[in-house]
Design a protein around this ligand. Structure first.
Ligand code: UDP
Length: 252
């Protein structure tokens, strides 16, 4: 009998983009890993949904991803306004869950970190390695490679066949890169993790939990990275669109 984890996920819609709802994303992903079924995970937040409206290629990638998780208070609120009780799963937390569980798979899963300024992914890997001695991070690369280094990275991925590949190049660069290169490791889980390496390496900090729990992580990001203000105008635009957009698919 097929495991419930192999069932296609329940799909909701945010501004016409899919969101997959399930109680245990990590379990579903590890089942796919075991079955050698590659997965591209997209962590959808309001900023990305707004980019998807402007960028048809990005929207297509989100539609094609095997798993799209609700990463962001805006997206969860959007769904709740439409009577769908979604739980927020920040991409960084899903990645952390997978890292913690990867030594427990049989055989243990191997991991690759790609992205961030030079040294950042390596520092993040070292911290994780200290925290979880059984974790098997097989390689790291920074996100500013020359054309030759990029070729080397691709050859390395092909040779190593890591099971879990975290790509932190920012949106939408990381999504495009994953789609163009996932054929190198067709059985892997590929996730765009944005600035997670910056946080794991200690370069940046996440918002305190009282802000996160009150859906205000964005306020902290604005305080830490004020130059993001222009990008973050996507948030009020998203709120406006959220109130006006009619998800006809949902009413069917
Ligand atoms: N980055 C990178 N290569 C690039 C551009 C960006 O590795 O060519 C990294 C950058 O160092 C940072 C991450 O991508 O670690 C982007 O983080 P951000 O928090 O801005 O992600 P987003 O909000 O776009 O998901």
């Amino acid at each position: 009998m097929p495991s419930r984890f192999h069932h296609p996920p329940d799909t909701a819609s945010v501004l016409g983009l899919p969101i997959h709802l399930m109680p245990d994303y990590a379990g579903w992903l590890f089942n796919h890993l075991q079955a050698r079924q590659g997965v591209h995970v997209v962590t959808l937040n309001a900023e990305m949904a707004m980019q998807g409206e402007q960028n048809a290629a990005l929207a297509r990638i989100i539609h094609q991803a095997e798993l799209v998780i609700p990463d962001g208070a805006g997206v969860v609120l959007y769904l709740r306004l439409r009577g769908i009780n979604a739980q927020r799963v920040p991409g960084i937390e899903l990645a952390e869950m997978l890292l913690r569980r990867s030594p427990t798979t049989s055989p243990p899963s191997t991991v690759f970190f790609y992205g961030g300024a030079p040294g950042v992914a390596a520092a993040a890997a070292q911290r994780w390695q200290e925290r979880i001695p059984g974790l098997h991070i097989v390689g790291t690369a920074n996100g500013y490679l020359s054309a030759t280094e990029q070729q080397d990275l691709q050859a390395q991925l092909k040779a190593l066949q890591p099971n879990l590949i975290l790509v932190g190049l920012g949106v939408p660069r990381q999504e495009f890169w994953i789609v163009q290169h996932r054929h190198l490791c067709p059985h892997a889980i590929w996730i765009g993790v944005g600035g997670s390496f910056d946080i794991w390496s200690g370069q940046k900090t996440r918002a305190p939990s009282w802000l996160r729990n009150n859906h205000l992580e964005w306020v902290y990001r604005l305080y830490q990275e004020p130059w993001r203000w222009r990008r973050m105008l996507a948030l009020p635009k998203f709120a406006w669109r959220a109130l006006r957009y009619s998800e006809r698919q949902l009413q069917k």
